[in-house]
Ligand binder design. Sequence first.
Ligand SMILES: Cc1cc2nc3c(=O)[nH]c(=O)nc-3n(C[C@H](O)[C@H](O)[C@H](O)COP(=O)(O)O)c2cc1C
Length: 404
Amino acid sequence: MKGVILGISGGIAVYKAVEILRRLSERGIRVQVVMTAHARKFVAPLTFQALSGQRVITSLFDPQNGSEVEHIHLRREYDLLLVAPATANILGKFAQGIADDFLSTLYLAWNKELIVAPAMNAEMWRHAAVRRNLELLRERGVRVVDPEEGFLACGDVGAGRLADPVRIADQALQALEKTGDLCGKTVLVNAGPTVEAIDPVRFLSNRSSGKMGYALAAEAARRGARVILVSGPVSLAPPAGVEKIPVVSAAEMGEAMDRLFPDADIAILAAAVCDYAPKQAAPQKIKNREQPELRLELKATRDILAGLGKKKTRQLLVGFAAETENLMDNARRKLAEKNVDLLVANDVSSRDSGLESDYNRVTLLFRDGSSREIPRMPKSEVARAILDAVVSLAAAPQGGPAER
Ligand SMILES: Cc1cc2nc3c(=O)[nH]c(=O)nc-3n(C[C@H](O)[C@H](O)[C@H](O)COP(=O)(O)O)c2cc1C
């Protein structure tokens, strides 16, 4: 039987957690309730104990906690941690790693899926500290069920009201049902551009938005994979359930990919890594127009895809080829030379797809010489088609019919 830990922190919406608990229990989910000391000021634990059929955990040092260290034991026994309502305080403690009660200590020991459903006054919800803490949690792959707009208990009107308990419970049920075809796999994705410093304020980069890589990461997570997303600077929020590693330069991206690759089952290299970087970044801002001409000396960056191609053992390696001319010739050469299993070729010269666009039009090239055209469609659907191909290659012996 699947199990959920329902963490309840001290906001006016504590009473709504009753509805979440009931809905989960009705679906046959075992629920262990954990309440903070302040949550208990709003509703007595007895209500949750009666409905869950289990003692409510209220303290780190409760003599009634089992002989095992309870917050470690729970991690083994349960599949999902759902915190609803999540106060500004508990979000801050999670984000900053403060472990001064049972729920915040459990968070640090928790290595499985986490969903938080914040609820608070609209002013608190807008506060920069709360925004930053949520951003940090999202970057760590925490799913956030955003609050709704409406009348708040404090008399204000605005965003901050706990999302509908039915919606929260359904998100938890959905997360539990993740029995997708990538369950148990670790997928490493890189995305976005890299940024190469010229001096402290200027840089070289490219027009990659990161949308394709982020769509791939989201789709892999939806299919049940553990997803690690190494991302250059982009303005996108990381997809739910994805662990993001932010990087800036090609060198940093290469270092992160090298480090994470040995533990990956599948690596998808969708980032637009700069091929050249300034030989040396100027330590001070280069003075404006002091010289009539300025020569920048560039050096080639390391080829991350080729490096992983040489290192790969069991991993399935997916590369991208963004070209503006001779697309197929260049892509086929890249496929062979870099020891990749699947190459996604996209013509980035057209304006209605590719870089910056929400759409893409690609051709999938396989090692056995076959190819598949994916017509212009939203990047989320292109991601689905690419991962369908990845899953079928992963299922085939040796990652596909092609010879190595
Ligand atoms: C009547 C009342 C209602 C509150 N409602 C909320 C709320 O909805 N959201 C919130 O973040 N804090 C709320 N607070 C403040 C929290 O209870 C307070 O920050 C507390 O330290 C949270 O502790 P906890 O996160 O350990 O449960 C409320 C406080 C009071 C007195």
